[in-house]
Design a protein around this ligand. Structure first.
Ligand code: GLV
Ligand code: GLV
Length: 327
């Protein structure tokens, strides 16, 4: 049996690649997140681990794996759940699955934008409850989308893809913030790089796409919601802690902004109780990459990264090269 461990069942495509290479291997048989104790126990002495964004891979877990461990292959584009610096110092590679979930995630941001702006979920609940007694001139008024301004906080792969879709399909004007200029995006759709306060003040829609890092923790909080238009629709498909969730709930409740569409939460799977009670927020359970094709491609990429590391190659999507010391 190969000395690898898979922390939770992923789509068969990836598991088959591992079976073909290594025969049998151990995998968490239950469709649930392992406890810290189980994780520490299960990774012990492994040559490679395939983990998920719901597994906190801190230094303790990495040390429990041991010095022979080559890789923690993370089944996600985001890898804020892994202490990549400690991994590098311990000689363990960490990899992710970028690219294949770009369109699915950008599509999901669009779905949330439309649902929140046009009050789709709220209307559905109303209709199902038998409250629809006839067309009304003032029923469920929402926000226009076509031709409006979309502010992209973090115009990388996903933010860029979302901006293109909305500029091309809905004639939206794009403002963006980013660590550097995205010249391609500027040339293709006339996107404009601005400072965050200008983006917040001028956008009709604000959508978050930056990675979760120390610098982006609570990047959007009370002050930032206060700078948005009262008609603004706010979207987050990136990571929950980038947004101060209590401040968001209060902004929605007090009409500081019009609505929100969320896929991620500050303390997943917990959702702020105030959000649960509000009509003007659409809540998705972290499903932005959840399409059949995307999840299969992610599984294949995570398997390939793991196989590359075990065969002595640098995986194409290793994310901690700068911290890896030679062993
Ligand atoms: C999903 O949140 C991912 O990072 O892949
Ligand atoms: C995030 O990882 C992105 O690719 O934009």
């Amino acid at each position: 049996m190969a000395n690898i461990y898979v922390t939770r069942k992923i789509p068969e495509g990836g598991l088959n690649m591992l079976r073909e290479k290594y025969g049998e291997f151990e995998m968490n048989p239950d469709d649930r997140v392992l406890s810290k104790e189980e994780l520490l126990e299960k990774v012990k002495g492994r040559d490679a681990v395939l983990c998920l964004l719901t597994d906190p891979i801190d230094r303790e877990v990495l040390e429990a794996a041991g010095p022979q461990c080559k890789i923690f292959s993370n089944y996600a584009v985001g890898y804020n759940n892994v202490d990549v610096q400690s991994a590098g110092e311990l000689g363990i590679m960490v990899s992710n699955t970028p690219g294949v979930l770009t369109d699915a995630t950008a599509d999901h941001a669009a779905a949330l934008l439309f649902a929140a702006a046009r009050r789709i979920v709220e209307s559905d609940i109303y209709a199902r409850a038998g409250k629809f007694k006839g067309w009304g001139p003032l029923h469920f008024l929402g926000q226009d989308i076509t031709g409006k301004t979309l502010g992209i906080v973090g115009a990388g792969r996903i933010g860029g893809a979302f901006a293109r879709k909305m500029a091309r399909g809905f004639d939206m004007k794009i403002l963006y913030t980013n660590r550097g200029r995205n010249e391609e995006l500027e040339q293709e759709i006339g996107a404009e790089l601005v400072e965050l306060p200008k983006l917040l003040a001028e956008s009709d829609f604000v959508s978050v796409h930056c990675p979760m890092m120390d610098e982006t923790h609570h990047l959007i909080g009370e002050k930032e919601f206060g700078m948005m238009k009262p008609s603004c629709v706010f979207i987050n498909t990136a990571r929950g802690p980038i947004v101060d969730e209590a401040a968001l709930a209060s902004a929605l409740k007090n009409g500081k902004i019009f609505a929100a569409g969320l896929d991620v939460y500050e303390e997943e799977p917990k959702i702020h109780p105030d959000l649960l009670g509000l009509d003007n927020v659409v809540l998705a359970p972290h499903t932005a990459s959840a399409t059949f094709w995307t999840r299969t491609r992610m599984a294949e990429m995570a398997a390939q990264n793991l196989i590359d590391a075990l065969e002595g190659r640098m995986p194409e999507y290793c994310v901690n090269k700068e911290f890896l010391k030679s062993r």
